[in-house]
Design a protein around this ligand. Structure first.
Ligand SMILES: NC(=O)c1ccc[n+]([C@@H]2O[C@H](COP(=O)([O-])OP(=O)(O)OC[C@H]3O[C@@H](n4cnc5c(N)ncnc54)[C@H](O)[C@@H]3O)[C@@H](O)[C@H]2O)c1
Length: 381
């Protein structure tokens, strides 16, 4: 019997005190597809070494910076096959490029990069690398979101007319000097988008994933409500799609009482769908003129196609970590297919470079619109 060998994973960022690095580590482990063996985990060598020691990474594979890690790991016979990038945004581009240039697959957090120039460089690097690039817009990993996508594609809602998506948080309601708030309010490290880059891109990608539709134009009203804040903490965006559909996207980090309030509603001429991240195992389907249907995650073994994205029976809650892990599982399947010379899985649902580019264009369009007195601008000029 063939022994299952986890893919050798490295990590950049995600050291002690970091937010999302540990989520990546959990997601990578859930299905036994990855083993963390190397890291450049922090911005200072001392903290990078300490963090690596805590995670059981061998001393000679605990690096002070990602450049050294890419160089050394690519020269080792047992070097990493894939790396997770969990740093602030301004390093996504340079770090991803360093590994892609050496043929190492990349799983990077969003947004793609801090600037369009970095995105262009990264695109070139991905084109000339044999390695794959994935982006963790993790909300598209939920089973009921995959089901929603299928229902829209199948025409259960009819012709789509309205797309309403929102992502509201409250943690930046007042000035904050937390580690996470600090770089997120600095244009050099976050990029040009505040809330639009941090959570607006998630909302944008979720709507895009479920409907398959990319808005042609948008009009955005961006605000930094907290005095002195350099980047937006609230955005109201109108969207127009080819074919006449209309949309709204609201993202906010200054809405007291909201937590991670990501919510999507889609309405067609035959029916609607509603999903909220805070109750992710329920998808409401409202065929026009009929009783509303509450579609719950069925779990493995059920006929529901979303069952493929589930791990445990219905009634045992699955959530954020499992949804995140679905992207890791699909990235692993794609990497293994590529290593073994097989075609990549089709469809490949884990977000990729194109999703990242669309997200950056969304940020850019919001800023162009806001600067033009909230006028209509093309999303992908
Ligand atoms: N997908 C999601 O749901 C989600 C959620 C939160 C954050 N994120 C994204 O993840 C990324 C990190 O966000 P966070 O909240 O975890 O930030 P954080 O500030 O908590 O952690 C960033 C980590 O990067 C490290 N770092 C900084 N410079 C480095 C360098 N030169 N080399 C190596 N490591 C370095 C820091 O030391 C820290 O460990 C951001 O791009 C953010 O947009 C995604």
């Amino acid at each position: 019997m063939k022994r299952h060998v986890p893919l050798r994973l490295g990590m950049v960022g995600g050291g002690a005190g970091a937010l999302i690095g540990n989520v990546h580590r959990i997601a990578a482990r859930i299905d036994g597809e990855f083993q963390l063996v190397a890291g450049a985990l922090s911005s200072t060598p001392e903290k990078a070494q300490q963090s690596a020691a805590t995670l059981g990474i061998a001393e000679d594979r605990a690096y002070d910076n990602f450049e050294k890690m890419a160089e050394t790991e690519s020269a080792r016979e047992d070097g990493i096959e894939v790396v997770a990038i969990c740093t602030p945004n301004h390093l996504h581009g340079p770090a991803s490029k360093a590994f892609l240039d050496r043929g190492i697959h990349v799983i990077c957090d969003k947004p793609l990069t801090a600037t369009m120039a970095q995105a262009r460089e990264l695109t070139e690097a991905a084109k000339s690398s044999g390695a794959l690039f994935f982006l963790t817009h993790n909300y598209s990993g939920y089973p009921q979101i995959r089901l929603a996508r299928e229902m829209v594609a199948r025409g259960d809602l009819g012709k789509i007319r309205l797309v309403m998506v929102e992502y509201a948080q409250d943690w930046l309601t007042e000035p904050s000097d937390s580690k996470q708030a600090e770089w997120r309010s600095d244009p050099e490290r976050a990029g040009a988008g505040g809330a639009i880059g941090d959570i607006g891109t998630h909302a944008f990608q979720l709507a895009r994933f479920v409907t398959g539709m990319l808005p042609e134009k948008l009009a955005a009203d961006l605000t930094a409500f907290v005095p002195g804040r350099k980047l937006d903490d609230n955005a109201n965006v109108l969207m127009r799609y080819a074919g006449g559909a209309k949309g709204t996207l609201w993202c906010s980090q200054v809405a007291p009482g909201t937590e991670n309030g990501l919510k999507l509603r889609v309405y067609g001429d035959k029916g609607g769908l509603e999903w909220a991240h805070e109750a992710p195992e329920t998808l409401w389907f409202t065929p026009f003129g009929e009783a509303a249907r509450k579609l719950r995650r069925g779990g493995p073994g059920t006929t529901d196609s979303a069952a493929e994205s589930s791990r445990i029976p219905a009634g045992h809650p699955e959530g954020y970590l499992e949804g995140f892990a679905n992207l890791y599982r699909e990235a692993a399947a794609a990497i293994r297919a590529q290593q073994e010379g097989r075609p990549l899985p089709d469809p490949l649902l884990v977000p990729d470079l194109q999703d990242g580019l669309e997200g950056l264009h969304f940020i850019d369009a919001c800023i162009r619109s806001d600067e033009a007195d909230n006028g209509w601008v093309e999303v992908m000029p």
